[in-house]
Ligand binder design. Structure first.
Ligand code: FES
Length: 105
């Protein structure tokens, strides 16, 4: 699954990762900066926030209540915010593009 991460300064990084991983795991395993993931993917920290490219937003699976609640704690939350640990990579997400926030907390 190919993924594109754009950081707060506009630098673009393209990585590819295995299906079944979370977007957060894919980023951290590939050394993409800007995702802290303090809780290790348990939907309990909100430091894996990403801003999803508008073209992709509606193509992602809906948020769980847990994700929606936790996003309430995220710094600089935006309309297109999601928690990267809650997005499971699947073939239909090939090319997914997200921006990482300038800081997570
Ligand atoms: Fe903690 Fe995603 S890694 S909420």
């Amino acid at each position: 699954i190919n993924l594109v991460f754009i950081d707060a300064s506009g630098q673009r990084r393209e990585i590819s990762s295995q299906e079944g991983r979370s977007l957060m795991e894919a980023a951290t395993l590939s050394g993409v900066p800007g995702i802290d993931a303090d809780c290790g993917g348990a939907c309990a920290c909100a430091t894996c926030q990403v801003y999803v490219d508008p073209d992709w937003l509606s193509r992602l699976p809906a948020m769980s209540d847990g994700e929606a609640n936790m996003l309430g704690f995220a710094a600089n939350r935006q309309e297109n915010s999601r928690l990267a640990c809650q997005i499971r990579l699947a073939p239909e997400l090939d090319g997914l593009t997200v921006t990482t926030p300038e800081f997570q907390f």
